[in-house]
Design a protein around this ligand. Structure first.
Ligand code: URA
Length: 197
């Protein structure tokens, strides 16, 4: 993480962070990926969603959550009146991942990769300054809370990086396990209630 800490030290805004991250040479994932995948949506949004890593479609397009899981994610947030497109910070979301490059064969991120890239994620959250974080799935929980076990973690606010954070089922999991949409819906309502407070 020392290299990434040095790389973010002089970064003053989100565009600077994007450039520093894209040019970061120390993470091996970069070599196997087609594209660098940074973020999408409204950087002024009150809600920042943190996913896992680019999949095949994200790797192709250079944007997070544009494959099947992304469509599901858009549906989920659409159900509470939020989208990645809008200009209104209260009705939009900002999306990123814990890793900006697709892992080979879509394998799980390793602890070394998470540790190496974490300073970028921390700075990203600082610069975007959302009101709350959504931790999408086990790997985001692992990266930011040092814990897995989304089934037990979801449904309750935690604090991470000085922000209230809500762990939720990853949309990829919901595609495989439609019965878990009940819990996802409950979590979305928790998010909405908090934003309206
Ligand atoms: N899954 C994620 O966690 N992030 C993406 O960008 C795409 C799929």
């Amino acid at each position: 993480a020392a290299e990434a800490k040095a790389a973010v030290a002089s970064v003053a805004d989100i565009e600077g962070l994007r450039a520093a991250m894209e040019g970061f040479p120390h993470c091996d994932l970069k070599r196997g990926a087609r594209n660098f995948v940074f973020a999408d949506g409204n950087p002024d949004a009150k809600v920042m969603v943190i996913g896992e890593a680019p999949g095949p479609e994200e790797d192709k397009q250079g944007k997070p959550f544009v494959g099947r899981a992304g469509m599901m994610l858009d549906k989920m947030f659409g159900a509470i009146g939020m989208s990645r497109g809008g200009p209104d910070p209260a009705a939009s979301i900002y999306l990123t991942n814990i890793l900006p490059w697709r892992p080979p064969q879509d394998r799980d991120p390793t602890k070394e990769e998470l540790d190496m890239m974490r300073p970028f994620l921390e700075r990203h959250v600082e610069l975007a300054a959302p009101e709350v974080l959504i931790l999408m799935g086990n790997h985001a929980c692992m990266a930011l809370m040092g814990r897995k076990g989304i089934t037990r973690l979801r449904g309750e606010w935690v604090e991470t990086l000085g922000k209230p954070a809500l762990p939720m089922f990853h949309p990829h999991y919901l595609l495989r396990t439609p019965s878990a949409k009940r819990e996802a819906w409950a979590d979305l309502l928790m998010l909405k209630a908090r934003l309206e407070k």
